[in-house]
Design a protein around this ligand. Structure first.
Ligand SMILES: Cc1ncc(COP(=O)(O)O)c(C=O)c1O
Length: 284
């Protein structure tokens, strides 16, 4: 893989990339981002990621500086030139450089960049070790559907979880669990797949959407509602999802241990997701 970056219309070596000190992304976290996974050098659900980017940008009054179809072609060009195969694309859009002022600049010149980073191949469905989740108070804003680069509450929550021997933090407010620091949360009760609705408290995850589409094929009906922290230990299966992890089954929720293996319905959903990834990317 060659270490390149697409920065404001040019593909250059990563080592030559410079972002101004007064970039509003740097000073105010005034921007949005996407993470797209590549399998076999092909981006999975790229259109869905770009549609979410458009929504996030629009929500903060920012325009993507090139049409989506052209952006898609530029992303493919960078992937080719970087020779990226099993990797992710990190894309960030900020309101660009302007003298530091809370008020938006009159004529913003957004900073758009993206680059690839290799990712280790994921274990086969059901072969990974379970993830340990702990609850943390949700101290984020109420626009979690915007994929904002302002991630400090998520970072603090994740590090709190790790410092206490867990892997991932689940956000709780008023006894209701919404999602995790960088993943969506699902519970299975009988033949029902439950997850919190996307919106103020939950990012509309691309993996989440793919699974909601696949659930009927796994014989599961969907119930989008907030989960009570107190009911989660009674779930038959619990798992989290994201672009980089696909599906991870949960082995512990706070101090509660689940059976020490991936549940059958989670496994089925993961197999269906893998089939879709293979069909869309030619991945092995
Ligand atoms: C807070 C949060 N929720 C959910 C997700 C999962 O979203 P996706 O499946 O689009 O990666 C992420 C991914 O980064 C996230 O940061």
């Amino acid at each position: 893989m060659t270490d390149l970056i697409w920065l404001n219309g040019e593909i250059i070596p990563m080592a030559d990339a410079r972002i101004g000190v007064e970039d509003r992304g740097f000073q105010f976290a005034d921007g949005v981002y996407e993470v797209i996974r590549l399998y076999n050098a092909r981006p999975f659900t790229l259109n869905e990621h770009l549609a979410r980017l458009h929504q996030s940008a629009q929500a903060i009054g920012l325009s993507i500086p090139l049409p989506i179809d052209q952006l898609s072609r530029e992303i493919h060009k960078l992937i080719d030139q970087s020779n990226a195969k099993e990797a992710m694309v990190y894309l960030q859009l900020t309101r660009g450089i302007a003298p530091r002022n809370h008020q938006f600049p009159d004529h913003p010149r957004p900073t758009l960049l993206f680059y690839t980073r290799p990712l280790p191949p994921l274990p086969a469905p059901g072969q990974s070790t379970g993830v340990k989740l702990c609850c943390v108070p949700d101290e984020r804003w109420k626009c979690c559907w915007i994929k904002s680069i302002a991630l400090l509450p998520n970072i603090l929550a994740k590090n709190h979880a790790i410092a206490h021997g867990f892997d991932e933090a689940a956000f709780v407010e008023g006894g209701l669990v919404s999602e995790c620091s960088s993943s969506n949360l699902f519970a299975i009760f009988g033949n029902t797949l439950l997850t919190h609705p996307a919106g103020p408290r939950v990012l509309p995850g691309i993996t989440r959407a793919a699974l909601l589409d696949l659930a009927p094929q796994a014989g599961l009906q969907i119930d989008e509602r907030p989960l009570r922290e107190s009911e989660i230990p009674h779930a038959d299966e619990l798992f989290i999802t994201s672009t980089t992890r696909e599906i991870s089954w949960v082995s512990h929720f706070n101090q509660h241990p689940f059976p020490p293996h991936c549940g059958q319905k989670t496994l089925k959903l993961h197999q269906l997701l893998r089939e879709q990834i293979i069909a869309m990317t030619g991945a092995r």
